[in-house]
Design a protein around this ligand. Sequence first.
Ligand code: PHE
Length: 387
Amino acid sequence: MRNAFLIAALAFGFACSSCKKDDGAGGKPAEMTEIVVGEYGSMTGSEATFGQSTHNGLTMAVEEINSTGGIKGKKVRLVNYDDQGKTSEVGTAVTRLITNDHALAIIGEVASSLSIAGGQIAQQHGVPMISPSSTNPKVTETGDYVFRVCFIDPFQGYVMARFATDAKDKSGLGLKKVAILIDQRQAYAQGLAKNFEDSLVKLGGTVVAKESYQGGDQDFSAQLTRFKGASPEAIYIPGYYTDVANIAKQVRGIGLTVPLLGGDGWESVQDIGGDAIQGAFYSNHYSSDENRPEVRNFVDKYTKLHGKAPDSMSALGYDAMMILKNAIEHAATIDHKAVRDALAATKDFQAITGRISIDANRNATKPAVVLKIVGKSTQTAASIAPL
Ligand code: PHE
């Protein structure tokens, strides 16, 4: 009896509260008038630019899709929940997207720790999830329904180690001794610190001091005093922008003048870091001054809408939605499994942040850029190809 009921439910696709999975496209196939895409992100909190920038890029993609006829004739409806940048809020947000809103697929999060939490839920329900920008390898290890459209941290760590150690005539900084300051609360910071250190050592450099903090801390004087004693030639801070701005001010306050280096989590630090962050370098997914025509079009359109150039999270949010559109178009049917399979088959998709092919581990292999902070803006200092 139960089997017969399940078969009927599958055949007719009607809503069923006891079924584990629904079709994700809002009811009976004949009535599928829209495609629901779920989004969870930090719209508020200390990482608020992560959620807001991503949302701006995502919304732009959805508007473009809907104004040109939708996907397979269906309009996309984006449902967004604010997780406040807290792992504890992710469960509610992702579960709601799946069970209340019947999202066909989910886009999120930016911060790796939150994507790991959200990915586990999406995986349990068999709903495809795409993280636009979480770079910790563990994110996609949560299961075969979890994807990303960005590179991963072993590569990102290598990029900054290369840039630090490359000779000056090879557009590097030509230095060897680095101190590292790590946010213990974030999987991203811990992983990236290790990846950077591994590459630095392979390239002939040394970590002369290593200290940690908890995201949100206000006083870094103990750690920075110890750094001073170790005479580093640079300080690597693989954390998020709000903490990085505070740290940079205290680094300069204590009289350390060496270059500051970081990763993609720095994005938007130039808005709040003031003098202390000038001349610092960080690895990133794209640069809004690239000349590729798709970048120029995207930057012009976004700037007209928002009055400022799109950062990498906006570009990756846009790319995540466009990759999902491409997958739904190629999927044999509009359901979670078929969309998952089509996402896994993505090859050579020309995105804003570069050409994206999804590999066997559901990650994207792409080049990275190193940006230098100049005023409230950035300049491209290097571009490093995938290994
Ligand atoms: N890569 C970071 C993480 O995994 C998030 C991030 C991406 C932050 C892009 C800013 C820009 O946690």
